[in-house]
Design a protein around this ligand. Structure first.
Ligand code: HEC
Length: 186
């Protein structure tokens, strides 16, 4: 049988035994095994030293990524206007009017006095009347049925439509949806 596979170096063992016709031999450990075995030990030591000395950690890497993302977000926030940049700009107001009549008027009426959505010309504001609050309302939407328009209009058109909205004749009459008056906004 063994001739078929060629000669394999075999050493005699003091405790050599034959059981069920199978002889136990003491063969030399193959080179590939030793290379892998000692190689892994060396790798383990080098890795452990590197890991403890270099200061690298997955938690640290995560924190660095979070810090980078926060810095980017702060940059974007800082570059966003907090007051309406189109107030009084005639070209922008015309564009804002077009947006208002095609998009907003369906729910707020062309004069802004309110229909499904609340009046935008009365002095009552559920979500605030600062430029920032109004921008947030229109770009992200509000839970009472006001859709968010950021994806469809983009920031610039939102600022323009808000600039136009301000020019609509004001009315002290609480409109549809003003607080405590009934309608969609209450
Ligand atoms: C599908 C109908 C609908 C359309 C279209 C719509 N709105 Fe509204 N809007 C609403 C409703 C309903 C509310 C009340 C939301 C609430 O109370 O949570 C609202 C609320 C608002 C408010 C907040 C009012 C307050 O008292 O704080 C503003 C400002 C506003 N809309 C502006 C706009 C503008 C500008 C557009 C066009 C880009 C627009 N809306 C388009 C339905 C609509």
């Amino acid at each position: 049988m063994s001739e078929e596979f060629g000669e394999i170096a075999e050493y005699e063992r003091g405790d050599a035994a034959v059981r069920d016709g199978i002889a136990e031999e003491d063969n030399a450990i193959p080179l590939w095994f030793n290379v892998g075995f000692y190689g892994l030990i060396v790798f383990g030591i080098v890795y452990a030293i590197y890991y403890t000395m270099s200061g690298w950690s997955s938690a640290g890497e995560y924190q660095a990524q979070v810090a980078a993302a926060e810095a980017r977000a702060a940059e974007v926030r800082a570059s966003m206007p907090t007051t309406n940049p189109f107030r009084g700009d005639q070209v922008a107001l015309t564009e804002g009017q077009t947006t208002f009549t095609t998009v907003c008027a369906a729910c707020h009426k062309p004069d802004g006095s309110g229909l499904v959505g609340p009046s935008l010309v009365d002095p009552y504001w559920k979500y605030g009347e600062t430029d920032e609050a109004l921008f947030e309302t229109v770009s992200a939407g509000r839970p009472g049925g006001m859709p968010g328009w950021e994806a469809q209009l983009g920031s610039e058109k939102i600022w323009k439509v808000l600039a136009y909205m301000e020019t609509l004749p004001r009315s002290d009459e609480p409109g549809v949806g003003a607080p405590g008056v009934g309608g969609a906004g209450t």
